[in-house]
Design a protein around this ligand. Structure first.
Ligand code: UTP
Length: 634
């Protein structure tokens, strides 16, 4: 039976907009009259019906073009999926434009230097609305520790990097941070910021934008909305994906304000749990500047057929249109094989040993002027896709409800032909720029067994130490690698554990001044080194144990002829724990013995917070904002 609208609907749902929406959805064309089943076939409950209408109105406002557009697009995409339509039909691939870098080369150093000059004109955008189902952590992912040596949380680390960039700029600047939250992550994110006084950032430099309530889950190829089995007056919703970031930045005029009022020139989009996120940021900025890229994707070398998306340049045979865009690995192989040039499919280049289609890791740098022009035209709406899991080959029944999604890396698909020429990539080894924490331990173990990065808390942590070791070694320091070990089945190289605060070193280029005599720096495999403060210089050090160097703002510390030999800090495997973050890592740190170095003469301290000489043209006005934290969510 098809439920029909109650004859007295006008009296039940008095809000005209809500009623009109319900009527439209239940029309034959949109086919959602099953939403009334509970009302028509069970106990009619006017209050609950009004509740359903109010949910529908919210969902309608949360999707560009409203629910009508959502259903129409969903029907078309589901039909295409059932018919196995290849979305890349008519497009032919070629190798994209971009730059690949090797640490320690002149090209790396020069490009990074160019990017360093641009750092004080960058706006930061953290996409943190994901559910994190694979990780299964009970709180907001950005509240997890990046590593357990200092216990620095992800959001704290990102804030400290931003402040480090601000402090080194002359004159000082304030750089904005936008955080995209979802219904699921909003409260824990705001809580984290409030409890930690924004980790030292000014409240006003933080912009919170919120994804809608998600989009309706769909139960079949006719795009019928899924109804909550526990509450027949409620629609099940699912997240619409990180592609929402562009429309939210547009809708809330965030990037327009950054460009017009703050003088921001570039913007970086980054994910919630990548502790290596910013090591290569100057490099990306340098490449964007050199090539005039509107969009620049950070990539890692990708082995042919490796299961991560590859960046490819595509040309459409009939329209002549070109785009440089991420192509999912399962689509890349058939696409390449369908051409004469790549008829062997995705194969490694003989010289580099890697696929010519670099691996996308979804860290994106945009040139703001070009970006904002695109937003004005497109409103930041990304194309949707659908990925239903079917019960069988007839493709008529889903294993579980699906939904439309969109992705932030699809931005090149909305560019004009002219804009499309300004899209490219910057490639660096993943060991220095990418190690996200996405997976639960058991899944990480299975991934490692297949030779794939585990993406767990333990590897996220050890990869941060590894990156610093790689930088120091490439600079000429003697750093001995520890033997691999395993925590809860996850294999890692545990040390030496090196944590260099961004104030001290914010990219490899800083090492020249911070470690002026690298040949005089030796660190053994069981050591821990923590350094904080922009005024620290390490001239000569022989470290076999734990050393913590901590200089406050304006304080100078020079480490010269220093020999440290103590019991140090030891990672101890833990098979179980009441504390979730310990269980996720599988070890704790036993701080046996520490040598601390702090500034001797505090009188020389020059607290930058007393500095009131602010450049009028600086991107953000520096002001006292200690009066509490009160966020307006846009
Ligand atoms: P992930 O691929 O890590 O997905 O997202 P996820 O949703 O967080 O985790 P799973 O798939 O449920 O395990 C990449 C980035 O995009 C953000 C995430 O927070 C992460 O930083 N994201 C994802 C959003 O901001 N919104 C979304 O709707 C989805």
């Amino acid at each position: 039976m098809i439920s029909s609208l109650p004859s007295n609907l006008k009296e039940i749902v008095t809000d005209d907009t809500q009623r009109a929406l319900l009527e439209d959805l239940c029309s034959e064309e949109l086919g959602q009259s099953h939403l009334l089943d509970a009302y028509c076939q069970g106990d009619a409950d006017d209050d609950k019906l009004r509740g359903l209408c109010s949910q529908l109105l919210k969902l309608n406002g949360g999707y560009p073009g409203g629910l009508r557009s959502y259903i129409e697009k969903a029907k078309k995409l589901l039909q295409d999926s059932q018919d196995s339509v290849n979305p890349l039909d008519g497009w032919s691939p070629s190798i994209p434009q971009g730059e690949s870098f090797e640490l320690g080369t002149v090209k790396y150093d020069d490009t990074e230097k160019m990017g360093m000059e641009l750092l004080n004109r960058v706006g930061f955008v953290l996409v943190a609305g994901g559910l994190g189902e694979r990780l299964g952590y009970n709180g907001a992912k950005i509240g997890l520790p990046t590593e357990s040596t200092t216990g620095t949380l992800y959001l704290e680390y990102y804030a400290s990097y931003i402040m480090a960039v601000e402090n080194r700029a002359t004159p000082r600047v304030r750089l904005p941070l936008a955080i995209m939250v979802s219904n699921d992550t909003k409260e824990p994110t705001l809580q984290l910021l409030k409890e930690n006084k924004c980790f030292g950032l000014q409240r006003r430099q933080i912009y919170i934008v919120q994804q809608g309530d998600g989009v309706p889950a769909l139960i079949d190829n006719e795009a019928h909305f899924a109804i909550d089995p526990k509450d027949p007056y409620k629609i099940i919703t699912k997240p619409h994906g990180h592609g929402d970031i562009h429309s939210l930045l547009y809708k809330n005029k965030v990037t327009k304000e950054w460009q017009d009022k703050l003088g921001i020139k570039y913007m970086v989009l980054f994910q919630d749990t990548n502790g290596l996120a910013f090591h290569t940021l100057p490099l990306l900025l340098g490449v964007s500047q050199q090539h005039g890229f509107i969009m620049n994707s950070l990539c890692v070398p990708r082995k042919a057929k490796q299961a991560i998306g590859g960046i490819a340049k595509l040309q459409n045979a009939s329209t002549g249109k070109e785009r440089t865009v991420n192509v999912e690995y399962n689509q890349l192989e058939p696409l390449l094989r369908s051409t004469e040039e790549f008829k062997e499919g995705d194969v490694n280049n003989e010289t580099t040993g890697y696929s010519p289609f670099p691996g996308n890791i979804n860290q994106l740098v945009f040139q703001l002027d070009g970006y904002n022009k695109v937003l004005e035209r497109t409103k930041g709406v990304m194309p949707d896709f659908v990925n239903p899991k079917y019960k069988d080959a007839t493709k008529t029944v889903f294993k579980k409800p699906t939904r439309l999604e969109c992705m932030m890396q699809e931005f090149p698909t909305v560019l004009s032909s002219d804009e499309s020429k300004h899209v490219g990539f910057t490639q660096a080894e993943s060991s220095i720029c990418f190690s996200p924490v996405k997976n639960a331990v058991v899944d990480g173990v299975a991934l490692q067994a297949k030779g794939t990065p585990a993406g767990t808390a333990a590897t996220g942590e050890s990869d941060q130490y590894t990156a610093q070791r790689i930088f120091l070694r490439s600079h000429g320091c003697q750093v001995t690698e520890a033997d691999p070990t395993s925590y809860s089945g996850i294999e890692v190289v545990p040390g030496p554990a090196i944590v260099l605060d961004p104030d001290f070193v914010c990219c490899p280029g800083d090492l020249k001044t911070k470690f002026p005599c690298p040949e005089k720096v030796m660190i053994t495999s069981r050591s821990t080194l923590v350094v904080k403060g922009s005024g620290v210089v390490i001239e000569s050090l022989n470290l076999d144990g734990c050393l913590v160097v901590d200089a406050g703002p304006g304080e100078q510390i020079t480490i010269r002829d220093k020999v440290v030999k103590n019991d140090g800090w030891i990672q101890v495997p833990v098979s179980d724990s009441d504390t979730e973050v310990i269980r996720m890592r599988g070890f704790i740190i036993d701080r046996k013995e520490t040598e601390h170095v702090e500034a001797q003469n505090k009188s020389g301290q020059n607290d930058i917070d007393d500095d009131t000489s602010i450049d009028e043209n600086a991107p953000y006005e520096v002001e006292d904002d200690s009066s509490g934290v009160n966020f307006g969510v846009k």
